[in-house]
Design a protein around this ligand. Structure first.
Ligand code: EPU
Length: 292
């Protein structure tokens, strides 16, 4: 009998992953696992390790590209109730890894809790946002995190204070640990002012980014002191395509997948953009998205 049958109600073998990503691209996972609670997740991880199965956690799927041949391992999704709780105490908010960040930032803004409005319009789960320190010009999630709860590879639940997390530009020191949730320190402010800042930032994003298209947000990190979008634009690459993947006309650091696109179209286009920018400006672009 297969070991995973002990968790059978929550495991889907041969699970298509594209539907769980914003790109809507990519193959299948050997197993998709949606744990009910932390203890069960911990036992599952132990078994997966004993079977030598690689494990990855998928959040909102907003910053990943899954290859066409899929992922030969376990994909964990923390979308059950136990991982989606939000608790507020004064201006402190504890949120589970499976909480929708857009929802959280809008709700906090409505309640006059300032600090997350800079993340307006960033599609992510709290776990994914923490893992990569999601953000933009108006702030990063790391700015308001006081601690992060993780499940260690050894199966222990640990609380990491912010310094240990090592927040940097689209980076943290979280490795094989699974983010379970985070405590955020926000600021009480006038609800209508916070809400106005939120609305302004959201409108600005909608104007400058192709939010309704199938993409993974910005593809490349901004090189120090430069803007990847501006470099790609100046290299004349807006509208450039490989198959049905195309550099966005609205924001050159976005690649949009049109009908019929494959993950390998996107990967070829990423290589092409990198080569052209290197040639034109002697600048090496580093991919910001996670490629599985
Ligand atoms: N620009 C162009 N052409 C373009 C796009 C941008 O010339 O096609 C120019 C803009 O005019 C501006 C500069 O490049 O002068 C910077 O552009 P923008 O203000 O759009 O910001 P960005 O640096 O490209 C960053 C984050 C975004 C985040 C925005 C807004 C990175 C890689 N990107 O973009 O994050 O939404 O700031 O806060 O850090 C993401 O991480 O997925 C993402 C979209």
């Amino acid at each position: 009998m297969n070991w995973w049958r002990d968790f059978a109600d929550h495991v889907e073998p041969d699970a298509p992953l594209g539907r769980l990503t914003w790109f809507r691209l990519g193959g299948k996972a050997r197993y998709l696992y949606r744990p009910r609670e932390v203890g069960e997740l911990s036992r599952f991880m132990e078994r997966a390790r004993a079977e030598n199965l690689p494990v990855k956690v998928l959040g909102a799927g907003a910053n990943v590209l899954i290859r066409d041949d899929g992922f030969d391992g376990v994909v964990v999704r923390l979308d059950q109730e136990a991982f989606r709780r939000i608790k507020r105490e004064d201006s402190r908010v504890a949120a589970g890894a499976g909480v929708d960040l857009m929802n959280l930032s809008r709700r906090c803004s409505e309640q006059g809790l300032a600090g997350l409005e800079g993340l307006a319009g960033i599609p992510a789960s709290v776990g994914g946002a923490i893992r990569m320190n999601a953000g933009g010009r108006s702030g990063e999630i790391g700015d308001v995190v006081s601690s992060v709860t993780v499940l260690s590879p050894e199966g222990e639940v640990e609380e990491w204070l912010r310094d240990r997390v090592g927040f940097a530009y689209r980076h943290t020191d979280i490795g094989e640990e699974v983010v379970l949730g985070a405590k955020l320190q926000l600021r009480a402010d006038n609800p209508s002012l916070v809400r106005r800042r939120y609305d302004e930032l959201f409108a600005c994003k909608q104007k400058s980014q192709p939010l309704a298209d199938k993409s993974a947000g910005c593809i490349f990190k901004n090189p120090p002191g430069q803007s990847a979008g501006a470099l790609i634009d100046r290299a004349g690459l807006k509208g450039k395509n490989c198959g049905a993947a195309r550099v966005s006309e609205r924001h050159a650091n976005f690649i949009v997948a049109y009908k019929g696109a494959t993950a390998s179209d996107v990967l070829r286009l990423i290589d092409l953009v990198r080569d052209r920018v290197r040639l034109a400006f002697a600048t090496e672009l580093e991919v910001e998205i996670d490629i599985w």
